[in-house]
Design a protein around this ligand. Structure first.
Ligand SMILES: [Cu+2]
Length: 352
């Protein structure tokens, strides 16, 4: 709110100054009141072009220096590597072209500024030049698009090869629930109409379905490293989006239908905590938190890195806090954790 007000005040001050200069200009009786730009005006604008070029380069370098550190650490999933290189190369190409064309644009703006007695050259066309500046973008863009399509098809291919772990992610305002297929790795049938809060059947599992009995319902997502996971997404109420930034994964959760996504986690939580970028981020965050603790402010306890599942669709007033912890661990740790969980039929029996 304060920021908004500050911006508003700055805009109003700028408008006031602009209006005042206009009044000032009008009040001056100029010796030469002409609408035609003089050499002096043109030179002035030419230099301004250069100044603007320096400004955009400066702000680019500043942004790299200041904000690179807030980017995500290396991808923690198999497909994440190819996703990141596609992104990186797209940015490198865009950045290179933008740097060169902006320099040319502003330099020529300066070089060919208007001058008394200077006449523009009439130059109809040049087939060779046009061919070059058409064919280069065609080749580069076709390459990027083909590479993008290839990557997209690979990432979006959800299949049952390599014995994937089947996990359901269930979205509702404003929390996530995960369900594992259990010993048979098959999810039992479920429908929101069968939800029975009084008996803790929060996901609406079909109690008569033999596949449902061994399902495991949890509020913390554990994944064994190196094993492919096929996710199936459901939503109880509105559109949500399951976003797992560290795994470069996102899929909409749509009421009334099941959506799917699949990935293989490659880095355990423990290993990721040793990543230099993550260590840096934890250090920076905890420095802020120590400061808050000293001032007696809330949210000041030390933070430790964890993978997260976030909601990435604005789904209501507590959307910002709709998240679930993800723990990637070794197969043994995962099995031990799974052992300690209650199955759906055990849960139902305890309710009766
Ligand atoms: Cu949501």
């Amino acid at each position: 709110m304060t920021t908004l007000l500050t911006i508003l005040v700055l805009i109003l001050v700028a408008i006031a100054i602009w209006q005042m200069t206009k009044i000032f200009e009008l009040s001056q009786i100029r010796a030469e009141n002409t609408q035609v730009a003089s050499d002096k005006d043109n030179k002035y604008n030419g230099y301004l072009m250069f100044a603007f070029l320096i400004f955009i380069y400066g702000i680019t370098i500043f942004s790299f220096w200041k904000y690179s550190k807030v980017l995500l650490p290396e991808a923690a999933s198999e497909h994440g590597q190819s996703y990141d290189s596609l992104m990186l190369w797209s940015f490198v190409i865009i950045f290179f072209v933008q740097t060169v064309t902006q320099a040319l644009l502003h330099y020529f703006g300066y070089k060919y500024k208007g001058e008394k007695g200077k006449k523009a050259l009439f130059y109809a066309d040049n087939d060779r030049l046009e061919f070059i500046w058409t064919i280069i973008p065609v080749i580069v863009l076709a390459g990027l698009i083909l590479w993008g399509l290839y990557t997209w098809t690979n990432i979006m291919d959800v299949n049952d090869e390599d014995d994937p772990l089947i996990v359901e992610l269930y979205a509702q305002q404003f929390n996530w629930t995960a369900r594992y297929g259990g010993a048979d790795n098959v999810l039992g049938g479920a429908n929101v109409r069968m939800i029975d809060i009084n008996r803790a059947n929060v996901l609406g599992l079909d109690e008569s379905d033999p596949y449902a009995g061994d399902d495991v319902i949890v509020k913390e997502l554990h994944l064994p490293v190196g094993r492919k996971v096929n996710f199936r997404f459901r939503s109880q109420d509105v559109l949500h989006s399951a976003y797992m930034p560290h795994f470069r994964a996102q899929m909409n959760c749509v009421p009334g239908m099941i959506t799917e996504f699949s990935f293989t986690p490659t880095i355990t939580t423990e290993e990721m905590r040793l990543n230099p970028d993550v260590i840096d981020k934890v250090k920076r965050t905890n420095a802020i938190r120590t400061e808050r603790a000293a001032n007696g402010e809330p949210n000041s306890d030390p933070w430790e890195f964890d993978y997260v599942l976030l909601c990435n669709k604005i789904c209501g007033k507590s959307h910002y806090n709709m998240q679930m912890k993800i723990i990637v661990e070794t197969e043994e740790e995962y099995n031990a954790w799974m052992e300690s969980q209650q199955t759906f039929s055990q849960l139902m029996a305890s309710m009766n």
